[in-house]
Design a binder for this molecule. Structure first.
Ligand code: ATP
Ligand code: MG
Length: 393
């Protein structure tokens, strides 16, 4: 086993007082969830204003790092080697052997940074740093000390044991999921909505999701694709409760009763209503979509206003000002792209009109919706009652 622990660095603005406590507790919780999918045993602990992962057993280092790199709130991950505390001479020998194994033949600039959590230690931090620096120079004659802008900082923490680390792997930043409430993501099989969910989760918001399918017009594989996307987003957001709504009868009814060029808008208004129903039921404080201005007919400002009108909750659209290419880049980074581009039909594209309205007039839409009065309540109720819930972990 190479590293015995990870020191976790986090620093979103000034987290003070009670907030700091909530932030750390949420962080610890999300780290435990992330690491529960990694082979091996991990102990995540808050200790004297720091968060550590201790690794008492054999484990897969790369997998553990990959999991931690997806936990929002983490800005840095430092792999730590822990040595027994057996006096200064032994510590110096351990530090030199650490350098020999992690930075063999080191010839750049460095400094030693010492922290004493154990205040009874007989030397001050400054003395320890200076003495250890001397020992390293003896072992690495080509290296030199630079206390202002060193290429390498070797950190030594004196606790019950001696913690040594010198590398920091970049974390994802953001805030721990659970520190900013919960919202309902409208998750389709496309590129944009998984990215939207990721972006809101990054700000500490827990995510639930709703997917509208239209069997037999949409296949089980299209649904599986959405489940797979939810799993990929869940690697960042933690568990997602996915609501799979059978939208077929509502769509067919709208198709029968309303002008075809208004189909998409009216359909999307019903999607929002149903999503909001589940959002309210599960304590969500907002809805999330992957809409971006002007991307398609249903995303002009007029169309967005028309779908927005039926919602009483705020609708968060984190990619609203992004070009497609910018969204694609994020989807590649978070690994949803390859799944998103699998060619399965979406319920929106199946009933789509040749010339959908791009500037819907709300009065006209309201009038069209009155044509649905006879059966829509009942169909909505049936859709709600038959919704399948899939817990994605
Ligand atoms: P995406 O790439 O996210 O599918 P899109 O560019 O295809 O987006 P639309 O199909 O107009 O755009 O959908 C806009 C948004 O509406 C989506 O980002 C998503 O939030 C929501 N949405 C669309 N279709 C569905 C669906 N079948 N189930 C759940 N949400 C949907
Ligand atoms: Mg889509």
């Amino acid at each position: 086993m190479l590293y015995h622990a990870f020191l976790i660095k986090y620093a979103e603005i000034a987290i003070k007082g009670k907030n700091r406590y909530l932030f750390e507790d949420a962080l610890v919780k999300q780290m435990r969830i992330a690491l529960s999918h990694v082979e091996g045993e991990f102990e995540v602990k808050k200790e004297q204003g720091r968060v550590y992962v201790f690794c008492p057993e054999e484990y897969d280092f790369d997998e553990a790092v990959e999991a931690l790199k997806k936990v929002f709130g983490i800005v840095g991950i430092s792999p730590v080697v822990i040595y027994e505390e057996q006096g200064f001479e032994q510590m110096a020998a351990d530090v030199v052997s650490y350098m020999q194994s992690r930075h063999p033949g080191y010839n750049g600039t460095f400094k030693v940074y010492t922290r004493r959590a154990k205040k009874t230690y007989p030397m001050t931090s400054m003395e320890v740093s200076a003495e250890l620096g001397g020992k390293i120079l003896e072992a690495f004659p080509e290296a030199s000390v630079d206390v202002h802008e060193p290429q390498l900082t070797l950190s030594v923490e004196i606790r019950e044991k001696i913690y040594v680390y010198s590398e920091t792997i970049k974390g994802p930043g953001g805030m721990p999921v659970g520190t900013n409430g919960k919202a309902m993501l409208l998750l389709s099989g496309g590129i944009d909505s998984p990215v939207a969910g990721y972006m809101i989760a990054k700000r500490g918001v827990k995510i639930d999701a709703v997917y509208f399918h239209a069997p037999p017009y949409t296949s089980d594989r299209a649904k599986q694709k959405v489940v797979d996307l939810a799993k990929l987003v869940a690697k960042y957001s933690g568990p997602i409760r996915l609501h799979v709504v059978n939208f077929t009868d509502i769509q067919l009814y709208i198709y029968d009763q309303c002008p075809h060029e208004e189909l998409t808008i009216i359909m999307r208004r019903y999607m929002m209503r149903i999503a909001e129903h589940f959002a309210q039921k599960s304590g969500c404080l907002g809805l999330i979509t992957g809409e971006s201005i002007g991307q398609v007919a249903s995303q002009t400002l007029q169309s967005l206003a028309a779908t927005n009108e039926v919602c009483t909750m705020p609708v968060y659209r984190p990619v609203i000002g992004f070009d497609k290419q910018e969204i694609v880049e994020i989807s590649k980074k978070i690994d949803t792209f390859e799944t998103s581009i699998l060619p399965f039909e979406d319920c929106c594209t199946i009933f789509v009109a040749k010339h959908p309205v791009t500037k819907p007039n709300l009065n006209v839409i309201h009038r069209s919706e009155t044509k649905l009065e006879e059966k829509i309540e009942q169909l909505m109720q049936e859709a709600l009652n038959s919704t399948e819930i899939i817990d994605i972990s």
